[in-house]
Design a protein around this ligand. Sequence first.
Ligand code: SF4
Ligand code: SF4
Length: 72
Amino acid sequence: MKELRYLDDVSSLVLDKDKCIGCGLCAEVCPHSVFELQDQKAQLIDFNACMECGACVTNCPTDAIKVNPGVG
Ligand code: SF4
Ligand code: SF4
């Protein structure tokens, strides 16, 4: 999604892969396809597309994702 992008390199999104259990919920709920599951782990495939909406944080069962809405 090139049209509706935020500024580059400012998102506060952080993924702790050690905590990820590969459930895929973050990839499912993210409206900007920031995540993809690879080898049973979430990967940030498009970090700069993150709009800090917080949906991934709310749905992650293991607190593997952090974001401060509106900080970036
Ligand atoms: S905060 Fe929102 S836009 Fe950013 S990765 Fe999570 S679900 Fe996607
Ligand atoms: S929601 Fe959390 S545990 Fe599930 S794949 Fe994403 S980061 Fe991993």
